[in-house]
Design a protein around this ligand. Structure first.
Ligand SMILES: Cc1ncc(COP(=O)(O)O)c(C=O)c1O
Length: 384
């Protein structure tokens, strides 16, 4: 019987069953030593940057998680996004990318790729099959992120993949929110799935990591070549920490999901809240697509408040004790941030019509009643 992903993430010792430890060794090595000159030039890995036992075991676990056959580790999530994209384009190409891509990825596409002679244009994450209208003769890649950063649109990924496959265009999806547990883009025909391991995989807000996963041999070779050319690697201690995080990913995710849903539902009843942007809520505009393509949700979502004065908003944040302000998400601690300064979207985006400020919330692993009491105290201070 095929074992469940959560079970397989705990039993990853396939390549080193002869050894007696539950976890792999951390070999801190730049230099590897060889007995003969032919070994020196023939060995893989021949140099520490290619990674050792702990890297192989993490790669294997990520392949289990994403139903992939290949995984390349990177030193953080942004580097994984940049590698996935950079491995697929060359000067003169065109790439389409979702308007709600993670900000620094969008900046890489807009700024860095332009300098490299690649044209990047945005598409509406809700465009579905009409993406075909945006395709040019030199379009090589469609880059998705679902749900979108901050605004949580869910793409009709199968419809977009269908168009891409007909035109020989490769697709990449930032799967950090889905984390492999909730969403498997490669199963939907996406060519490359990317994750910032920094978030739910690591799960403790203490280490950076990233991964680029694929099934197709030619795609994998492009990623390997580009990773080698750019000198991309992940340190052994960070690889170990990410692998350790994967052991409890499903359990933590279940807890984040349950707590996130309770708080999202509670917030949707509050008079201060105009809209909750959580794809698992029935009122979310893309709920039906989310239900079809995802197996669950986590602790990350946004809310749009009703009109509130800057002083009222300041009192709200000042009153919170458990929800801290800080970038990133996926750790054990609850976070909340005002997002308006970083909401950069195309002209005419629906977010231009929003009533009040947009806040992104990450629900951590604290007791939910305590978190609700914290938010209630914040709203009471807001209204004073
Ligand atoms: C969706 C998404 N992708 C990628 C990244 C980048 O990850 P990292 O912070 O590890 O570079 C982030 C970080 O917030 C993110 O939210």
């Amino acid at each position: 019987m095929t074992k469940d992903t959560a079970t397989r993430l705990i039993h990853t010792r396939g390549r080193r069953l002869a050894q007696k430890t539950v976890n792999p060794p951390i070999e801190r090595a730049s230099t590897l030593l060889f007995d003969t000159s032919s070994d020196l030039y023939g060995a893989k890995p021949g140099y520490g940057r290619m990674g050792l036992a702990v890297h192989r075991e993490l790669e294997d676990a990520l392949c289990v998680l994403e139903n992939a056959t290949f995984a390349k580790l990177t030193s953080n999530g942004l580097q994984a996004c940049a590698l996935a994209i950079g491995s697929q384009v060359k000067a003169g190409d065109h790439i389409l990318f979702t308007d709600s891509a993670y900000g620094p990825t969008a900046r890489y596409l807009d700024r860095r790729l332009e300098k490299m002679g690649v044209e990047a244009t945005r598409f509406d994450p809700r465009c579905g099959a009409t993406i075909s209208n945006l395709i040019k003769p030199n379009t090589r890649v469609i880059y998705l992120e679902s749900p979108g950063s901050l605004t949580f649109e869910i793409s009709d990924t199968p419809a977009i993949v269908d168009v891409a496959q007909q035109r020989g265009i490769r697709t990449i999806l930032d799967n950090t929110w889905g984390a492999g547990i909730l969403h498997k883009p490669l199963d939907l025909g996406v060519d490359i799935s990317v994750q910032a391991l920094t978030k739910y995989a690591v799960g403790h807000a203490d280490v950076f990591g990233g991964a680029v996963m694929s099934r197709d041999k030619r795609v994998a070779q492009d990623i390997i070549d580009c990773g080698d050319d750019w000198g991309i690697s992940l340190g052994p201690d960070d690889a170990y920490t990410a692998l350790r995080g994967l052991r409890s990913l499903k359990t933590r995710m279940d807890a984040h999901e349950a707590a996130g849903l309770r708080i999202a539902n509670w917030l949707s009843e509050r008079p201060e809240v105009c809209q909750v942007l959580h794809p698992a809520l029935e009122q979310h505009p893309d709920h039906v697509i989310w239900k079809r393509d995802f197996t669950g949700s986590n602790g990350l979502f946004s809310v749009i408040l009703n009109t509130v004065s800057p002083e009222g908003l300041k009192r709200f944040f000042d009153a919170l004790e458990l929800f801290s302000m800080g970038f990133s998400w996926g750790g054990f601690e609850s976070l909340i941030i005002p997002c308006d300064p970083q909401l950069k979207r195309s002209k005419g985006h629906w977010i231009d019509q929003k009533v009040g400020p947009l806040l992104r919330i990450h629900v951590g692993l604290e007791t939910v009643d305590d978190l609700i009491a914290d938010l209630r105290a914040g709203f009471e201070a807001m209204g004073e």
